[in-house]
Design a protein around this ligand. Structure first.
Ligand code: GUN
Ligand code: ZN
Length: 448
């Protein structure tokens, strides 16, 4: 039996070690004709192929070489906010947040009381993540514990690093989607006991958002976080103006929207707040001071007409930011497309958003938002070898455009504007290939 203990991936290798807004050109590392070395599912080293290969060969190890010449090798993308049950109603017409929830999201989520259905959707959902080069995600289930059980089972089978939680909501929602402070607590606790820190899975305590939880339920969330300090907190924050006004009415005692979560002890490290569009200086400072994070969901913010995310203010306050697709209010599973729309949101505010910034947020920035730097997000020694292969020649047109790119940034930026799942040639999990794109262009011959 042949044992292959070292795998070497050759291609143009790119990753990030810092935020480009802080470190400029020193934020990324780029090795054209590079080699990435993997042992037992982890990165051991990377650099130029001409330096790495002779050294490995001299150690006469058995190595398996995989060549992706001219292709870009990057860490897997990290989606810091997405809804499993909304996969099937993505692209629902005509409403802003609160009406969209009652009209589309809630009815769809009811289907997840059926474990078999949740399991079927989980398979499609994970396939779609891998097809888009997303290797880790922070995932909303539904109020039904079986939605999360089904998702974790599927993710575990595929050895993925995933974070998920059952929705908690005990008011302002349909009766058959409602738990109560006590049952929500108990069901979450059982899921934590069953799944948290099992293989590569982690649990996120998931109150939907302030309007659908009583203060008692939010307190119970705080209690769970105290009992299990390394679990996550995952919720929505300050997405829509009507939502913000409603929160003010429902929680008159709290300082502001974030204050509602703060009062329940939810603003902390490993807390991830989706959106955070209409935040005050106080709220931004509070998020930064408590080491919590924001998931910026560009396609969703434009689709629901929620508003323009102030990335510069987050940078100023030192808030950790990741990017989320927020499927199904978001319109794409692709983190490239999410970067594309994030660019436009900054343009509308007269700010720049480089491809370096976009790809940083999709990888190391996401890892930092999830408190997983050193585990995923870049190619540092010891990191888990979840990575993707990006094809700059995915379609004749993309090839035509990218052939004109003179600099690395131009290549990456055009890729972020034009690219999506078509550009993901392969996705690797712990050094193993789990997805390979099947591309057979079919031009039918014409005779004149
Ligand atoms: N706020 C509360 N629930 C949701 C949801 O499902 N999607 C979005 N985008 N915002 C929310
Ligand atoms: Zn959401």
């Amino acid at each position: 039996m042949s044992h292959c203990n070292t795998r070497v991936i050759c291609g143009d290798i790119l990753d990030f070690i810092e935020d480009p807004a802080i470190a400029g050109d020193k934020a990324h590392r780029f090795f054209p004709n590079g080699a990435l070395v993997i042992e037992a599912g982890k990165i051991t080293q990377f650099g130029f192929e001409k330096d790495i290969l002779p050294q490995l060969e001299s150690q006469s190890e058995s190595i398996e070489l995989v060549r992706y010449d001219g292709k870009l090798i990057m860490p897997g993308m990290i989606d810091t906010h997405i809804h499993l049950p909304q996969t099937e109603m993505i692209g629902a017409y005509g409403e802003q947040l609160l009406e969209w929830l009652t009209e589309y999201a809630f009815p769809t989520e009811k289907k997840f009381s059926d474990r078999a259905y949740a399991s079927k959707v989980s398979k499609h959902f994970i396939n779609e993540l891998l097809r888009n080069g997303t290797t880790t995600a922070l995932v909303f289930g539904t109020v039904h514990p079986q939605s999360v059980d089904a998702f974790f089972s599927e993710a575990q089978q595929r050895k993925l690093r995933m974070i998920a939680g059952k929705v908690m909501m005990d008011r302002n929602c349909p009766d058959d989607l409602s738990d109560c402070a006590e049952s929500g607590y108990q069901e979450s606790k059982e899921l934590i006991e069953k799944w948290h820190n099992v293989d590569r899975l982690s649990y996120a305590v998931t109150p939907r958002f302030a309007p659908t939880s009583t203060p008692e339920q939010l307190k119970k969330c705080g209690q769970l976080l105290e009992e299990y300090p390394d679990t996550y907190l995952h919720t929505h924050l300050s997405e829509n103006k009507d939502e913000c006004a409603w929160v003010k009415e429902l929680f008159p005692e709290s300082a502001d929207y974030l204050g509602v979560y703060e009062d329940a002890g939810l603003v902390r490290k490993r807390a991830v707040f989706a959106h955070g569009i209409h935040l005050s200086e106080r709220e931004l400072s509070c998020i930064a001071d408590n080491d919590a994070a924001i998931a910026h969901c560009s396609t969703s913010n434009l689709f629901l007409g929620s508003g323009l995310f102030n990335l510069k203010a987050c940078e100023k306050h030192g808030v950790r930011v990741g990017m989320g697709t927020d499927v199904g209010a978001g319109t794409s599973f692709s983190m490239l497309q999410t970067g594309n729309e994030a660019y436009k949101i900054q343009q509308l505010q007269g700010e720049k958003f480089s491809a370096f910034k976009g790809l940083y947020l999709a990888t190391l920035g996401g890892a930092r938002a999830l408190d997983l730097e050193g585990t995923i997000g870049n190619f540092n020694k010891g990191c888990e070898a979840d990575f993707i292969v990006l094809d700059s020649e995915a379609t004749p047109f993309i090839k035509f455009r990218l052939a004109k790119a003179k600099t690395l940034h131009e290549r990456l930026f055009a890729l972020m504007m034009l690219g999506d799942d078509r550009c993901i040639e392969a996705t690797y999990i712990l050094g193993e290939n789990q997805y390979r794109r099947d591309r057979t262009p079919q031009f039918v011959e014409t005779t004149s």
